[in-house]
Design a protein around this ligand. Structure first.
Ligand code: RTP
Ligand code: MG
Length: 139
């Protein structure tokens, strides 16, 4: 995967609250092209693996439980400066601190259920995209 790509998940809270369409609209209007996408879910084992960088953090158990609590949408997105620009589009981890108009400010209710994931580096975007999609599933 090229470095002009990032990886996102629409998290279980946003899917359950009916925000898939609005969030995808926001992403596309933000200038991102969807190059891979699937509606799926994570087992606790898979969620633990995905967020294994946070294994030692106090919120890890709750995060794994939440991320495996219901369906998600996983996608690879393309844009110049994708990782940084997507983090700007989603806003701060804690939605109460997210800038007006960002996806988390608009659609998230708490730091634990914060609507979307965005990769934090080009290297992680590559790893996370490959976690869900083979090369043949990326356009
Ligand atoms: P994400 O990986 O999901 O895009 O979120 P992020 O980069 O903004 O935040 P990160 O530090 O990677 O944390 C992953 C998720 O763990 C939960 N968290 N809770 N209670 C806390 O202090 C705390 N810190 C992080 C959040 O749900 C965050 O999205
Ligand atoms: Mg993160």
């Amino acid at each position: 995967m090229a470095t002009n790509r990032t990886f996102t998940m629409i998290k279980p809270d946003a899917v359950a609250n009916g925000h898939i369409g609005a969030i995808l609209d926001h992403i596309i209007k933000g200038g991102f092209k969807i190059v891979a996408m699937k509606y799926t879910s994570l087992t606790p084992e898979k969620a633990g693996e995905f967020y294994s960088v946070h294994k030692e953090r106090p919120f890890y158990g709750d995060l794994v439980k939440f991320m495996s609590s219901g369906p998600i949408v996983a996608a690879i997105l393309e844009k110049d400066n994708a990782v940084e620009d997507f983090r700007k589009l989603i806003g701060a981890t804690d939605p109460s601190k997210a800038e007006a108009g960002t996806i988390r400010q608009l659609f998230a209710k708490s730091i634990d259920a914060n609507a979307v994931h965005g990769s934090d580096s080009d290297e992680n975007a590559q790893i996370e995209g490959s976690f869900y999609f083979s090369a043949f599933e990326q356009f």
